[in-house]
Design a protein around this ligand. Structure first.
Ligand SMILES: [Zn+2]
Length: 167
């Protein structure tokens, strides 16, 4: 991969990490709790699995977090196309679910919008470019694949194509 490509990826990755488009537009009260996924907003960040004291819970605002809003609206910034080759489709799906779970502990707004098999190709749409990138790298590693990345500036989307070689 070229240096310019890596730079552009890092820049975009960190931008989407810090302030996803939805989060930038909306101000949340501190503390807020997501009605859907239970993520907690405090100190300007959303986190999963955070324990709120009962007293804070009583005064928390119940809202829909940016991740849930984006996923519900079908908005995505990452698209991963995985040609499974000889890889087992169940194993590929399980691996992706695992990456998503780990990503959400730190950043609940990073999530999978949809994931569906189109023949032997799995299309995964994600709310963040960074999650799409991580999924592509993980699949590449686990199933001896090759990943290629391209960006659409106009749509602000990362497209990752992974071809699995494992048989
Ligand atoms: Zn949520």
């Amino acid at each position: 991969m070229s240096k310019a490509l890596i730079r552009s990826m890092n820049r975009r990755g960190s931008r989407s990490e810090k302030s996803p488009p939805v989060a930038r537009k909306k101000a949340f009260r501190d503390p807020s709790v997501c009605d859907r996924c239970g993520a907690v907003y405090t100190d300007k960040t959303w986190r999963r699995g955070r324990q709120l004291a009962q007293s804070l819970m009583d005064k928390a605002a119940w809202v829909k977090c940016p991740g849930c809003s984006q996923a519900e609206a079908g908005q995505y910034h990452g698209r991963v196309l995985i040609e499974r080759g000889g890889a087992n489709s169940g194993a590929v799906s399980a691996r992706i679910a695992n990456v998503e779970r780990r990503a959400q502990i730190q950043q609940p707004e990073r999530r999978i919008v949809s994931s569906k098999w189109l023949g032997d190709t799995l299309e995964v749409l994600t709310t963040s470019q960074k999650l799409a990138h991580r999924i592509a790298r993980e699949i590449e590693k686990a199933f001896k694949g090759t990943a290629r990345f391209s960006w659409s500036d106009r749509e602000g989307t990362l497209l990752a194509r992974v071809r699995c070689a494992l048989r």
